[in-house]
Design a protein around this ligand. Sequence first.
Ligand code: MG
Length: 129
Amino acid sequence: MSLTFADASARVDAYISQFREGYFPPLLMLARLTEETGEIARVVAHMNGKTPKPGEDVGDLELELADLLFVMVCMANERGLSLERGFERMMHKVETRDATRWTRREEAGPATGDAGTTAPALDPANEAS
Ligand SMILES: [Mg+2]
């Protein structure tokens, strides 16, 4: 599956446009964004030692991140902003301003902690869908 920011924006807009209520007002969307961020925090806490409440599962980080992305797309759409343009501007910033900020892997010596820990590589067989 290949999905661009423009695709996501159009799909969210098509969904929201079905309803008379339309996009939430900006401050309500900000509250939703904060709520979803908290839900991500809860899952991460569960994944790192916090015991879920009785009857509560660990949660689904992928889904919670997507919930946050949905709200972000709504905020961008409501304001007529382009997440694609914003993402490009952000990447240009980190790729220039922060170009020498971090230790490049080829320069790194032996690991000294978990600061360089990354998620396990994805199995390409599972990425095809
Ligand atoms: Mg959520």
